[in-house]
Write a protein that binds this ligand. Structure first.
Ligand SMILES: [Zn+2]
Length: 87
C-alpha cells in the first residue's frame, strides 16, 4: 500500500508480507524498449506496472505495443499526458 503521508510503499498491514518484495515500475511506456522489457519480465515471471505517457501513443504501432503489454498481464498506469515537470 502507499503511505498517504510520504507516498512510500509499505507492506499491507495484517498480512504475512515478505519484506524482500519489490514493486517494479517501468516509466515512459510504450517508448522504444517497453515491449522488450515486458517480454523479458514475462519470461522471468516478474509482474510490473507500466506507466504510460500519452504522447507516446500517437502512432498505431505504439498503441499496438501497449495493447500487447496489457495482454501479457501487466498493469498499466498513467504517467501524464506530456511528461510535464510536476514540481
Ligand atoms: Zn518519466
Amino acid at each position: 500500500m502507499v503511505d498517504s503521508k510520504d507516498y512510500s510503499i509499505q507492506p499491507i498491514k495484517g498480512t504475512e508480507a515478505d519484506s524482500k518484495i519489490v514493486l517494479l515500475t517501468i516509466d515512459d511506456a510504450p517508448d522504444q524498449n517497453a515491449l522488450e522489457m515486458a517480454k523479458i519480465l514475462k519470461k522471468m515471471n516478474a509482474p510490473a506496472v507500466f506507466f504510460v505517457n500519452v504522447h507516446f501513443l500517437s502512432s498505431d504501432e505504439s498503441k499496438k505495443v501497449l495493447k500487447n503489454i496489457h495482454e501479457m498481464g501487466f498493469a498499466i498506469g498513467n504517467h501524464t499526458m506530456t511528461h510535464k515537470n510536476l514540481k
